[in-house]
Design a protein around this ligand. Structure first.
Ligand SMILES: *Cc1c(COP(=O)(O)O)cnc(C)c1O
Length: 462
């Protein structure tokens, strides 16, 4: 009888090692997955995804019922979306955010009810707006004055009233470990809640007044999304207070009370072993109490609240499995003039399946997955196989000194923004997404093939 050693964060809940030291996910040994599906491969611990979803739904529901309100959790599908994932989200009572016609189509194909879907985007096409109205999405989050007119005209043309939220720019911007609050935000999203000098209305208030004038639009709420990989609640609280102020201001000016506020996503996760992000159980009560207090101050009823976590639901549930190839020791001189050896460990993927390190210096954790080793650790850099020296997955990590070609390397917490941001750079074939659950694996997205590449290519012409 094998006993299993469960692995800690940042590994998924279902990651473990058996007696022999091999890594398993949801009971399936990684060597079996590598043999069956090849590498690189994105592995998703389905139970972990569902537990993360359930935790958000349960904690936010409880905390908001306690203040006499309600909460909905929208899964931000840009983090990772397949038909099966849309289905899991629906089964776990998540709603779903989309930001394109493609995401909308996959969400619907997976069985997410249109009424539970939101359409976002700062530059929605006519086709995207028409598709959203045709299927009857629950909300379109409008992002500019021209878009208000376009959605109103499209809705009038279909003979429907479009439910819309307005995306606000609150001046709060948050990221890992900090948030900043500025009067104005120099960015493409939303409408500012701050009036320019000499203007009676802020851009947001002007937009809200216009929405209320248009009979083919129904204003269902106010929206704010302040950033990503946020480690504390201060930014969310600050943004919620700003949204509630403009909601109260709208009541004073027009008597219209927005039923709902949406506070967006951005909840941080652990990428490295020493990181301890806030849990939904810590975030939800803090937010609920801050909202309740602000509503008392502003003398307005508490709103219905929605949030939009993407990364925090799917990120921790995913790992990427690679096969190690070329290993090259390079002698480097350090800042103090001393020389040391850095071991370049190449894997069979790279920046095409995980662009985040190259794009914004994101850090990841990896372990030898097919075995454990007692060899002395060496300073390594995990790199891909692309024609770019910046094709680095992990800049610095201690790996066992005997890591060799043919070993399997697992990178943790790659469930979000790995496959969804993947490219075909160097015409590499995008890896499959494999769901693992209770000892079984199944393909959610198959690996691309050379035939897929050739099928898109219209040929050499005459
Ligand atoms: C990206 C995004 C999210 C999700 O962000 P995470 O960091 O994945 O939680 C939610 N809402 C909007 C509007 C977004 O653009």
């Amino acid at each position: 009888m094998t006993t299993l050693d469960l692995l800690d964060s940042p590994w998924p809940n279902g990651a473990a090692r058996d007696d022999a030291g091999e890594m398993l996910l949801a009971g399936v040994p990684v060597t079996r997955l590598a043999n069956e599906y090849g590498t690189p491969a994105y592995l998703i611990d389905e139970t972990c995804f569902r537990e993360n979803a359930r935790s958000f739904v349960a904690e936010f529901t409880e905390a908001f019922i306690a203040i006499g309100s309600q909460a909905d959790v929208y899964y931000a599908s840009k983090a990772l979306l397949t038909k099966a994932i849309a289905r899991w989200a629906h089964e776990e009572e998540l709603h779903l955010d989309t930001a394109s016609g493609g995401e909308l189509a996959v969400a619907l194909a997976g069985g997410m009810p249109a009424a539970h879907i939101a359409l976002h985007g700062n530059n929605k096409s006519d086709d995207e707006i028409a598709a959203a109205l045709e299927v009857g999405v629950g909300r379109i989050v409008v992002d500019s004055l021209p878009e208000i007119e376009r959605v109103a005209q499209a809705a009038a043309a279909c003979g429907v009233v479009a439910p819309v939220m307005l995306r606000l720019t609150t001046g709060v911007h948050a990221g890992w470990h900090e948030f900043i609050s500025t009067a104005h935000e120099d960015q493409k999203f939303g409408l500012s809640i701050t009036s320019a000098p000499g203007e009676a209305y802020s851009p947001a208030m002007t937009a809200l007044l216009r929405i209320l004038e248009l009979p083919s639009l129904r204003l269902v709420g106010l929206h704010s999304h302040i950033g990503s990989q946020i480690a504390n609640t201060a930014g969310f609280v600050e943004a919620a207070r700003a949204v509630l102020r403009i909601r109260a201001d709208l009541v004073r000016r027009t008597g219209f009370l927005c039923e709902e506020i949406d506070l967006g996503g951005g909840y941080g996760i652990a990428y490295l072993p020493d990181e301890t992000p806030l849990t939904p159980g810590e975030i939800a009560p803090t937010l609920a109490q801050a909202i309740a207090a602000a509503c008392v101050e502003l003398d307005t009823p508490v709103p219905h609240v929605s949030i939009e976590p993407g990364r925090a639901i799917v990120g921790p549930a995913g790992i990427t499995l690679y096969t190690v190839g070329t290993i090259k020791p390079v002698t480097v001189s350090g800042a103090d003039g001393e020389t040391f050896t850095r071991r370049y460990v190449s894997v069979d993927g790279g920046m095409s399946d995980n662009i985040r390190p190259a794009l914004y210096g994101a850090k990841y954790h990896a372990e030898l997955a097919n075995r454990v080793s007692t060899a002395t650790p060496v300073l390594a850099r995990v790199v891909g196989k692309h024609c770019e020296s910046g094709d680095i997955i992990i800049d610095e990590i201690w790996l066992p000194g005997d890591v060799c070609a043919g070993d399997l390397l697992a990178v943790a917490a790659t469930g979000a923004y790995g496959r969804s941001m993947a490219s075909n750079y160097n015409l590499l074939l995008r890896p499959p997404v494999i769901a693992v659950r209770d000892g079984d694996a199944r393909v959610l997205l198959r690996r691309e093939t050379v035939a897929d590449l050739l099928a898109l290519d219209e040929g050499v012409g005459q």
